[in-house]
Design a protein around this ligand. Structure first.
Ligand SMILES: [Zn+2]
Length: 312
């Protein structure tokens, strides 16, 4: 299979990179991959990754529920209930962020309907919720199965990633990537496109796993959010800060996404073959959640809110 070998850091292009550890693809193929680290931007990255034409084979799993919406079993029901709460929280965060960081927001919102582009929208539950709150919504999703579900279930406008280049400049008030940036091969091209598509008073929301989190420390190589080779990059807060600034974004806020610790710890417990994976996962998830109350930058995932540099 064609692989891509990084001879420099894929995030900051530094040559100061070295082998760090080996991690298994627990979710799908059981293949092993190397994690390398960058001394300059503190990124970890998956080495010798499948290229864009072959990565799809690594997404073939019933466990990849974000794309299929299965509702079997009590734990999946609990997961879906938790996801509904997480969706609600996302909306409240967005509303608060616009009121806080866009002083002219009220005026703009009165003049035009706000629009959101969700990149990697999966089956569209986030966009569906935004639509119900009066937003004009557009989705980008590489999986055809997920696109069809989003169209059928919520009648959403969801398009193939190739369509990103067809949108006009400054078209969107909000661009969101919920656990998506770490999956994108063309990292820098996509960030440039996001910059182009974002309105001058718009905001971009990027949520990614945090490898400097407490739950990573509990599980090490079994930490489920390494999710190799699907996760191509593993970001520290410092890495994301540098990456956003290099693309002319101004970081306005980093918010902890502490609840992600429960799901990640539950999955990690399964990978580590704990005898009671659910109980062990909830316990370690809770400890991570609790510790991150005082150390928010070490929570399981982090949400980066940014705007164009120099925006008011
Ligand atoms: Zn780097």
């Amino acid at each position: 299979m064609p692989h891509i070998h990084h001879s420099t850091c894929p995030v900051c292009f530094s040559a100061a990179i070295q082998f760090c550890t080996r991690v298994q693809d627990h979710a799908v193929t059981k293949e092993w991959f190397e994690l390398w680290s960058c001394a300059d931007c503190k990124a970890l990255f998956t080495q010798d990754i499948p290229d864009p034409s072959t990565i799809a084979a690594y997404y073939h799993s019933e466990n990849y529920i974000s794309h299929t919406d299965t509702r079997k079993g009590l734990l999946f029901k609990a997961y879906h209930a938790a996801r509904w709460l997480a969706l609600r929280r996302k909306y409240l965060l967005i509303r608060k962020a616009f009121h806080t960081y866009v002083p002219t927001w009220e005026m703009h919102a009165l003049q035009t309907q706000p629009s959101v582009l969700d990149i990697g929208c999966g089956t569209g539950s986030f966009l569906h919720m935004m639509q119900r709150h009066g937003w004009q919504v557009t989705g980008i999703e590489p999986s055809e199965t997920a696109r069809n579900i989003a169209k059928k279930k919520y009648q959403l406008d969801v398009q193939d990633p190739i369509q990103l280049n067809t949108f006009p400049d400054q078209h969107f008030t909000l661009i969101t990537l919920w656990h998506v940036l770490e999956h994108i091969h063309a990292l820098h091209e996509n960030l440039s496109t996001i910059y182009r598509l974002l309105h001058p008073y718009g905001l971009v929301f990027i949520a990614v796993p945090n490898y400097t989190s407490f739950d990573e420390r509990f599980f090490g190589n079994y930490w489920a959010a390494y999710d190799v080779p699907r996760h191509l990059y593993h970001f520290a807060p410092q890495t994301m800060q540098l990456l956003l600034v290099s693309h002319r974004f101004e970081l306005v806020k980093i918010l902890p996404m502490r609840m992600d610790a429960f799901y990640i710890a539950w999955l990690s417990s399964q990978y580590a073959r704990q005898r009671l994976p659910f109980a062990y996962g909830m316990m370690t998830g809770f400890i991570s959640w609790l510790l991150s109350q005082h150390h928010p930058m070490q929570s399981s995932s982090l949400l980066y809110i940014a705007r164009k540099y120099g925006a008011d």
